[in-house]
Design a protein around this ligand. Sequence first.
Ligand code: ADP
Ligand code: ZN
Ligand code: ZN
Length: 824
Amino acid sequence: MHGIVVAKTMSVEAAFIEVAVSLPVFNTFTYEVPELLRPSALVGKRVLAPFKSIQVTGYILEVLQATDQTGTKKILDILDDIPMFPPSMVPFFSWISEYYRCPIGEVIKGALPGGLNITHVETVSMTDKGRSMLSDPALKSLDRAVLEALEERGPLRLRTLYKQCKEELSPRGLAALERAGWITRKRELKPGRVRPKMERYIMAQEERPSAESLSQVRCNILKIVEDHNEISLKDLNAQVPSAGRLVKKMAQDGFLSVVERCVYRDPFGEPIASDAGGPVPTKDQTRCVETLLQGLGKGFQTYLLDGITGSGKTEVYMRAVAAALEKNQEALILVPEIALISQTERLFRARFGECIALLHSGLSPGERFDQWVRILRKEAKVAIGARSAIFAPFENLGLIVVDEEHDDSYKQETKLRYHARDLAVVRAKLQGALAVLGSATPSVASYYNVHTGKFQGLNLSKRIEDRLLPEVTIVDLREPEGGRYAKPFITRELEKAIAETLQRGEQTLLFLNRRGFANCPTCAVCGVPVRCKNCDITLTLHQEANALKCHYCGYIRALAAGCHTCGSPKIKLLGLGTERVEAKIKEIFPEAKVARMDRDTTARKGALVKILKDLKEGAIDILIGTQMVAKGHDYPNITLVGIICADLSLNFPDFRAGERTFQILAQVAGRAGRGTQPGRVILQTYNPEHFCILTAKDQDYGAFYDHEIQFRRTLRYPPFSRLIHILVAGKDKEQTALCAQNIGEVCRTLQSENRTYRENVKYLGPVAAPLPRLQKQYRWHILLKGLKPGPLHSMARALMDRAERPSSKAGVKVVVDVDPVDML
Ligand code: ADP
Ligand code: ZN
Ligand code: ZN
């Protein structure tokens, strides 16, 4: 970057470093390294650096022997013994910063495991002089408020003090108090929360004490330890409560040894047996693996593995990973969500043993840090994780697998709004690796890339052992049943199929992509649906909680509170959710073991794994769930899938509504008949002729794609264009609208000034967003649509530079989302 080559002198130690500070600034900064610290200044370590009047954490991006800059400041400390990321990741971070318009220091901060960074806290205390002022009647009221707060509560954190004074206190006012000598401020550094954590393991020693010399408890401990070869102190304690104290003594006597280490278990808490190299691959699998092996180690390439549900994609990934490991390369496996990580982890650990690291948000900060360090130390060569694992600090990455690549949960919707699948391709390119994207229902964007030759296509067109795809029956919900005005949501066909499945002792999966009991509680008197007070959304009745809840902001209203418009206590429970389906199923099949899997039943840690375990062990006959159940789970005893209402996502105001509907239906249908018994699907719909429904019925991705791509081409939607979504949100209705309108005006000006923008970029809006009010905030949006990424990004940048920054007082925020997924 900024290196000036100087003649090599005796020392090659870094005198200067280029640092990204963890602050919202786009530039990087050159610092001098004090002589003593030079030997340990390496790329990837964190430093403590002075920045304006404060001290911040920074990341070393480059070491320089000289600089042409003058007046560089000296860093204060180096915070790590080993680098937190390898130098090969620096270009990756820069790319992300540039593409997603996010300061590089924040990119790195978000990439590293949380809780590492030093923060500083500022405390304010009162001086004696300040205290004496309290008796002065001429003291201004705000000053008095500050001093009284300090008198009452002692030294206060700066933030607490501001809060206490209800935002009337300004930094300037505080500075004046300090100058007057009434208060002092102290800034202290608080180290990061996270440190490595280890578990203790106990092993028996060669030497055995004679049995007579030991107490009963000690004998017992020794026996348990010998039986297990080695056992964690935690497990031992569970069997012998006093073990902790005794083990220490027994170790001192030389009968036991204690080591600290991390040992892993499968997510169900069972030991994992080796799979001895796995099954013999099928012909199709072999063909795919061979293609991948030919590419491995020969530079960057992206493959799209399009393989129907149950075709054995995981085996292909595992063989490619084995080949990468053999070449001494590392591999990264991304899966869309935690529940699937367990399943994938189990398979990979059975094949590859201990060299697996796990990275996902279900880990505590400490656990996540440990996994990170194992990768840095090269103890782990394969990482499995959710989207954030794309930042795993591998140096010599050979392969990145993105399983279920179509899944929207790869898109992060807060802070840095990246798409992990897209980043997988970028990172593979920068590190000369292979990217393998796999799905039974590939995203239209990825499939299009195969057509244009950007990706190479791989195909698994048959299920393992030629198992049949499930037979799908479409049930038309529009036709009345048995003289009733509308069909019940458990139709006669579905009820019959469930009964048969129960009788055969097989499992049923019922899918409805909406949780709660009733999603449209409506006043029986005035007919107004009960709405959230913070959002423009109807509330959903959750019967278990006996309350109406908002799915966006968490607002809760007692059902008994009645109508918010006319006060009537009578609320009609219109609409349908998983809770209601569960209640109905229990009523029809009182003998069956019924469980529900949605965000409400899986909020507690471990609850999801418990449901999956019960499913595996046959403790569930009928599982009802939201899209959570649609994702790649492999449960061979599910032979019936019932789709309660296939249309929920079809009419969303989003150009991807069709794609999402196809994907979720084909995926959920694909859960049926994965074992030796054939499967059946009952698909209930109000749109039986819709092409998404018909192609999902046949799991015919090609037919779906051919239809969908026409629509995209005609309307110039991605992949024929790229989008940047700008959301303006704020509590003040007028200020928010003004800010959005200002951005719209700047768009107009930019286009009138610049021909490239005019010809290549379209902007839509500003208009109120489809969800015009959420969490008390009014929402407007503007969509930029560009035929080429270059002009689009450049216009978005110019726009953000030029648009008036909303004053912080107005409380309006502007969020720029590149390649948006959620535009509501
Ligand atoms: P997909 O991810 O493509 O839906 P999976 O990878 O889950 O499919 O594989 C489906 C099932 O087939 C799994 O239970 C897996 O263990 C099994 N399987 C995969 N490959 C083979 C093979 N070559 N021989 C026998 N069984 C296999
Ligand atoms: Zn009413
Ligand atoms: Zn709400």
